[in-house]
Design a protein around this ligand. Structure first.
Ligand code: ASP
Length: 409
């Protein structure tokens, strides 16, 4: 699959032309002239923050702090019990505990804060800010990060909503043929393992029927069953990043997530890692990431992007370079890279921005998008390094194509 160069130029130039600040897209001279400051505030974020951009933009327009505006945006999905990738209602780890990660960087004071593996506190982006403002540290993790939050007055909340709990139970039940979760041998529903040699389509049809039954037994609402089954078969990811720029040229960024569904307890992804999930230097710009956290940590994605821009690259070139580093880590082997998903959200000090992704999207016709507010609010398609869709993890190559579509269940 080819690198999409046309889309890349389109985004880079559009972002700059809109502000009348065009620079040569391939200007990589380290002596590039200092960037001018944007003439209007700009907010960028992942698509799940779209509906909260107005509130953040209003704060920026009224002269509020850039971090406050970015936090206002990401707080939306954190508070939303139906966004199961962030905050309240996030899908839990394999033991049913919702563990949240977040970080923030405040450009004007050049400070940072982060928390990892927090439970029972939903607004971990605000907790990351509290670490920044109330301690001499940058990062707290696990039980002690939670304890710090409770001491700071954050309310203790059960983050496992009924909806997420039921999907977790469905995941446990479905995978229980290989563990001591039911059905046991004495269970009337137990049946001997499917004999080898049965056609894949038939085995999968039976498995999907069983999932439907289990979902009904777990009390999952009929209209959510397909989505729940998909979350069981293909543990989803999801996160929100937001970067903010004001008229004074101040910048901040934040990223918050519940991380991978069904993760190993204690797993921390890229989102709370300063330099991976988020990085801001208001002399240059701000960047953040969503997607396969392990891959992003290895290339320090957000920091790499900001440093690329410091050396004169456009937001788009800077992001593409980080994606190419991920590809290089697998020797550009697409049979592995197709299981990697990565999107970068990039904002330069002059207001130019870009959204870039490793693949076009998760499914045909649904490209990755970046949300922007610079006076008008919109979603724009990210420019992919590789055209095509990424595959869900874990690989299940024997699911017949006709059963892969949710509509088949
Ligand atoms: N990057 C997040 C993590 O690895 C997940 C995601 O963005 O989807 O925890």
């Amino acid at each position: 699959m080819a690198i999409s160069r046309r889309g890349f130029l389109g985004t880079a130039v559009l972002g700059s032309v809109g502000l009348g600040l065009q620079r040569k897209p391939s200007d990589s001279s380290p002596e590039a002239a200092p960037l001018k400051t944007a003439r209007k505030p700009v907010l960028i974020c992942a698509a799940n923050g779209f509906r909260y951009l107005d509130e953040g933009y209003q704060l920026l327009s009224q002269g509020h702090d850039t971090l406050e505006a970015a936090l206002r945006v990401v707080r939306g999905p954190e508070d939303d019990p139906n966004d199961d990738s962030v905050g309240l209602g996030g899908l839990p780890n394999e033991e049913g505990v919702v563990e949240l990660d977040s970080c923030c960087m405040h450009g004007p004071t050049r400070r940072a804060g982060a928390v990892g593996g927090v439970h029972d506190i939903k607004n971990v982006s605000l907790l990351a800010r509290a670490v920044m403002e109330h301690t001499g540290h940058v990062m707290l993790v696990g039980d002690n990060a939670t304890k710090f939050g409770l001491e700071m007055g954050f309310p203790r909340e059960n983050l496992l909503t009924e909806r997420s709990r039921k999907v977790w139970i469905l995941w446990k039940e479905f995978n229980s043929d290989r563990d001591w979760w039911g059905p046991g041998l004495a269970d009337p529903h137990w049946h001997a393992p499917t004999p080898q040699g049965k056609p894949d389509a038939e085995r999968w049809r039976q498995a999907l029927d069983r999932l439907q039954e289990l979902a009904a037994a777990a009390g999952i609402a009929p209209e959510f069953r397909r989505a729940a089954i998909q979350r069981v078969l293909y543990p989803p990811t999801g996160t929100i990043h937001c970067s903010a720029l004001n008229e004074k040229g101040e910048m901040s960024g934040t990223t918050t997530t519940s991380g991978l569904a069904w993760k190993v307890p204690g797993r921390v992804g890229d989102s709370p890692i300063i330099g991976a999930g988020c990085y801001t230097d208001q002399d240059v710009g701000s960047a953040g990431a969503t997607g396969s956290g392990e891959e992003n940590i290895k290339v320090c994605g957000a920091h790499t992007i900001v440093e690329n821009m410091r050396r004169g690259m456009t937001p788009h070139d800077a992001g593409m370079d980080a994606l190419q580093r991920i590809a290089r880590n697998y020797n550009n082997d697409k049979s592995r890279l197709e299981y990697v998903d990565m999107t970068y959200y990039i904002l330069r000090k002059d207001g130019a921005y870009a959204g870039v992704s490793l693949w076009t999207g998760y499914e045909p016709g649904k490209p990755h998008k970046i949300a922007i507010h610079d006076g008008s609010k919109r979603l724009e398609q990210c420019t992919p390094l590789f055209e095509g869709v990424s595959q869900e993890w874990p690989p299940m190559p024997d699911i017949p194509a006709e059963l892969r579509q949710q509509s088949a269940w």
